[in-house]
Design a protein around this ligand. Sequence first.
Ligand code: URA
Length: 235
Amino acid sequence: MSDAEQGNLFDLSNFNTSASKPDFPPNLIPTDAKVPIPPGTYQTMTEIAEHCNRCHRCELGNHRTNAVVGRGNPQADLMIIGEAPGQTEDETGLPFVGKAGQLLEKILVAVQLDSEKDVYIANINKCRPPGNRVPTTEEMNACKPYLLEQIRLVDPKIILLAGATAVKGLTGDKRGITKIRGEWMSWENRLCMPIFHPSYLLRNPSREQGKPKWLMWQDIQEVRAKFDRIRNGST
Ligand code: URA
């Protein structure tokens, strides 16, 4: 793409196009997924949020009330990545604050994890898909640079991927969640674990042994144990 073509993809109203800056200037807003957002573009979550709230890299930008970037401790050792905002998240601008979020909170509390202190929570997509449909591959890819920047800034020791869409969106792994949940995997040298999405648990409320809620209890205990081992300097 030529410089002029790239320029057309941005809001250039407050930018001198003659300046030959190779990197993406943080005050410019990506309006097309073709424009790269290189690693190191953002220094803070606030900068990411400013861009996300004006982003049109995919058509989800036409529907949002608020972009939903993240909440919790941006220096946490544990990062949880979900799929995309729902209605409550779109209204508030905060991830996992609706029914699924309340269940996620209970799961964390059950193993004494504080969602404000111990965890940073984000999503694959920052804007709500209409009718809560699953985001398309194109939409996930368009939004991915923001997530990669969030992961770079948080630098978590452990990433939990809630649901198959989160696994696919981050790692490209298309396997079903029931196959891979609870298994540690490595992505970009980072320790990740796929877990059930809390919405799936809401639809499958049985606590019987072997059922999704019971399996989640096993998984979150394993996560807590690993979290403690990492904190104590062992693995
Ligand atoms: N589901 C998600 O995946 N993310 C949210 O933020 C809320 C519900």
